[in-house]
Ligand binder design. Structure first.
Ligand SMILES: *Cc1c(COP(=O)(O)O)cnc(C)c1O
Length: 486
């Protein structure tokens, strides 16, 4: 299996060669040169597998340059009931992503797939935990080391730290805006005592943190010498690790491989649902892939009109489902590549136009950039939007009807899923976080706190380990160099 860039760069790297990197040299995103296919017979055989064994089968089709025995060992260490123990009472932790039927009415079934039982209570652990083990394995083989520099406003940073803590050959330098994260999120990150994790609280906002990371990355000499890398959502291994749970969800919700299911995915950077698209391209019988957005509806707008119009950060709203507050969907280019049948020249032109003019239009209207919006249906995509009022109504409704507290992002998913559910096709909503993580809204809506999994009761009172820094690029460079010793 080889990989190509959505913008046409000539190199054809292997899985291990793109594992530690981000963008392709031409600014494109990596995709496999063809999507490996899964037969009905394979699907049938996979029904009885454990999550780890299923993960091996799926990853084995993509990570062809990792020996089977090593890959098995990696997934067995990653997908354990111990790592995914934060499930709700009554759920089976050994299932890793347990399913729960919310509604069953006249052949219309609404199902919730829990993806948030890992260490940071959000779905990003599903991929990041594997990444931590894959990185450590690969670095050891290469006799190399990696210093991850990132900026976070919450979810990604904590998932990365919990995945990389204690890993040999890896250090994490995570910038976050001081006093801007919730007490819970701050405690989750800052209470880590592992010597390879460095929390840096920046006296500024998230954009300042991100600008500092960009400035360091643009200094190529520093970046190379200090072996700086990232773990952002465009990383191919993260996407492919997410493909696994679409297979698990399908196999758990059906009895025969002749059946179809649909998925609704609370979306931001289009990483999660991009994995669903890849599962569908591999032949998994998915009928609809429904993109759920909040008030920041860049993606909903595209799937309604064919026009992709990114927003400025000043136009990005702060909502009660903050992990979906994005102005530009960093994985969207992967889908556009498939929509344009792999025409890399046009993908490159369109995404240069995004940088220059803030968007493109595939509606086919006079003056537009193409008419491929007409074939979006071929890929099963639908979309919907949920607002703060919808979210609070859904949380209240789920608490009464299902006796279940759902988080704000998942509530967006449930609201939109209801608009696309159909007879005889189970609709699976992906639960992207546990409610304890976004408790402020839960308390506001229900007048009580969401349950916290065992071990999280007093997280805010644990000792915290972090350094404070001004918005100062020279200072972060000094800090990194001092701690890497390079
Ligand atoms: C990251 C995140 C999302 C958005 O996922 P994408 O892959 O960026 O589309 C949704 N919900 C939660 C809780 C998240 O942390």
């Amino acid at each position: 299996m080889h990989y190509l860039s959505t913008r046409g760069h000539a190199a054809r790297p292997s899985f291990s060669e793109i594992l530690l990197g981000g963008l392709a040299p031409d600014g494109g995103l990596y995709l496999p040169s063809t999507y490996p296919q899964v037969t009905r017979a394979e699907l049938d055989a996979w029904r009885s597998l454990s999550y780890a064994d299923l993960a091996f089968q799926v990853l084995d089709k993509f990570a062809t340059d990792i020996p089977d025995e090593d890959l098995k060992n990696l997934v067995n260490r990653t997908y354990t009931a111990e790592v995914y123990r934060n499930c709700r009472p009554g759920e089976d932790a050994t299932r890793i992503t347990p399913l729960r039927i919310l509604e069953q009415d006249d052949g219309r079934q609404l199902v919730l797939q829990s993806l948030s039982n890992g260490p940071t209570l959000a779905f990003k652990d599903m991929a990041m935990q594997l990444l931590g083990n894959l990185f450590e394995y690969t670095l050891k083989k290469q006799g190399s080391e990696l210093n991850i520099l990132g900026a976070t406003s919450g979810d990604t940073g904590s998932a990365a730290e919990y995945a990389m803590r204690g890993k040999q050959g890896i250090k994490v330098f995570m910038l976050s805006p001081r006093h801007k994260m919730s007490a819970f999120q701050t405690a989750q990150m800052f209470s880590l005592q592992d010597p390879n994790i460095f929390n840096i609280a920046v006296d500024g906002v998230f954009d300042d943190c991100q600008d500092m990371v960009k400035a360091v990355s643009n200094d190529l000499e520093f970046k190379t010498h200090q072996k700086i890398g990232t773990v952002n959502s465009i990383n191919w291994a993260r996407v492919v690790a997410q493909v696994i749970y679409y297979f698990r969800g399908y196999l758990s919700a059906t009895e025969s491989s002749n059946q179809h299911v649909s998925f609704t995915v609370p979306s931001g950077n289009f990483g999660n649902i991009c994995a669903g698209h890849i599962a569908r391209m591999m032949g998994l019988p998915i009928k609809k892939l429904v993109v759920a957005t909040n008030e920041n509806d860049v993606l909903h707008e595209f799937f309604q009109t064919g026009s992709y119009r990114v927003r400025k950060s000043s136009e990005t709203l702060h909502t009660s489902s903050p992990s979906m507050d994005i102005s530009k969907a960093s994985n969207f280019e992967r889908f556009i590549y498939d929509l344009l049948d792999g025409d890399t020249d046009r993908v490159r032109q369109l995404f240069h136009k995004v940088e220059r003019e803030g968007g493109f239009d595939l509606s086919g209207k006079p003056g537009s950039d193409g008419n491929e919006f007409a074939s979006v249906g071929r890929f099963g995509f639908f979309s919907g939007k949920s607002t703060h009022a919808d979210r609070t109504k859904t949380i209240r409704d789920a608490a009464t009807r299902y006796r279940l507290i759902v988080d704000t992002h998942t509530a967006d998913g449930i609201k939109v899923a209801r608009e696309h559910i159909e007879k005889d096709v189970p609709m699976i909503v992906l639960e992207t976080a546990l409610p304890a993580k976004f408790n402020e809204t839960i308390r506001e809506v229900l007048g009580r706190d969401a349950d916290r999994p065992a071990g999280f009761e007093n997280i805010e009172s644990l000792p915290q380990r972090f350094d404070v820094m001004a918005v100062d690029v020279a200072e972060i460079k000094r800090y990194v160099a001092a701690h890497t010793g390079l």
